[in-house]
Design a protein. Structure first.
Length: 320
């Protein structure tokens, strides 16, 4: 049994740090949480749109095994693991999780940057996008998910990889991560620039990562006619009322919504993403822009909601 401090969301917009004792079930392990990422999806809980209060949050986490259940067979105390959790409890000093949801990390992995779940989502998105040799690809929105998609697409032998955003600093980071061309859609005519970059071909696939319905509709102007693919990566908090699908219908676009909840084989995808963490495929150093202690969880979520200039990815270190 382990005593832990946990951030509990008591009501919309208000966390409280509570103490409790936890013990593993026979098929579980207790993990000392080294890092838990801040995710836009959990803003829906923070703002009171979904979930029942009080509740715990945190699904992007990794740590070190400190206790094992009686029926566990694969993990031992001291193992570094990254987690695809079966519950939201990552904003805690320690958390229980089923052994099957833990993926072993190499000894040399920096645990402060080893959160699995968003990279598993990137793996899901790329599987849906199905990039082919010689394709032209576009990523709209250079937040953390978009930037990780760009990193993953860098080695796909594409004819061209284009990043679109309205923030020049994020576009500079996208170029550093592997985008061959960047477009500030506030300053430039994006469809015209895409036509120039692709020699009139337009995009074979677009990964939409802004969460803005108007920009998703604009993606129709970025893609070629014929079997182009649109992958909707973001959560659309405001809904999609008055959305015009006719451009997509006219072009014969295939639209994917690769949401992790509907994925048929999540543990296999998580295994693949963990392997990519272990071999260093994802660059983390320039991604984490804001860090917080557990007792700063309130400030962390307010920062995530405001997204001040320079914000890319925020993380909480519960044991610092």
């Amino acid at each position: 049994m382990v005593k832990t401090k946990t951030a509990v969301l008591m009501e919309p917009g208000r966390f409280e740090i509570q103490e409790k004792d936890i013990a593993p079930k026979p098929d579980e392990v207790i993990v000392r949480v080294e890092v838990c990422g801040l995710c836009n999806w959990e803003l829906n809980h923070f703002k009171g749109f979904i979930g029942n209060f009080p509740m715990t949050l945190g699904h992007e986490w990794a740590g070190i095994v400190v206790e094992t259940g009686s029926d566990t067979t694969k993990l031992k105390i001291g193992d570094k693991v990254t987690v695809l959790p079966d519950r939201l409890e990552g904003f805690s000093q320690y958390a229980a999780v089923g052994e099957e949801f833990c993926f072993l990390l190499n000894d040399d992995i920096d645990m402060k940057k080893a959160f699995l779940e968003p990279l598993k989502c990137v793996t899901t998105v790329l599987h849906a996008a199905s990039p082919k040799v010689g394709d032209y690809g576009i990523v709209t929105g250079c937040g953390p998910m978009g930037l990780w998609c760009i990193q993953a697409l860098k080695g796909q032998l594409l004819a061209g990889l284009i990043a679109i955003d309205i923030d020049d600093e994020k576009l500079a980071l996208a170029a550093k991560m592997g985008a061959g061309a960047v477009i500030n859609s506030r300053k430039e005519n994006a469809p015209q620039r895409i036509r120039e970059i692709t020699n009139g071909h337009m995009a074979d696939f677009v990964i939409e990562g802004t969460g803005l319905p108007a920009l998703m509709e604009a993606c129709a102007d970025y893609m070629k006619s014929g079997p182009a693919r649109l992958c909707i990566m973001s959560y659309y908090e405001s809904g999609m009322t008055n959305f015009d699908f006719r451009k997509f219908l006219d072009k014969g676009t295939t639209i994917f919504t690769p949401h992790p909840v509907s994925e048929p084989f999540p543990l296999d995808t998580a295994r693949r993403a963990a392997a990519l963490i272990n071999n260093g495929s994802f660059h983390m150093d320039d991604m984490i822009s804001h860090t917080f202690r557990l007792d700063e969880i309130q400030e962390a979520f307010l920062t995530l909601s405001r997204k001040p200039r320079g914000f890319i990815k925020g993380v909480v270190y519960p044991n610092d």
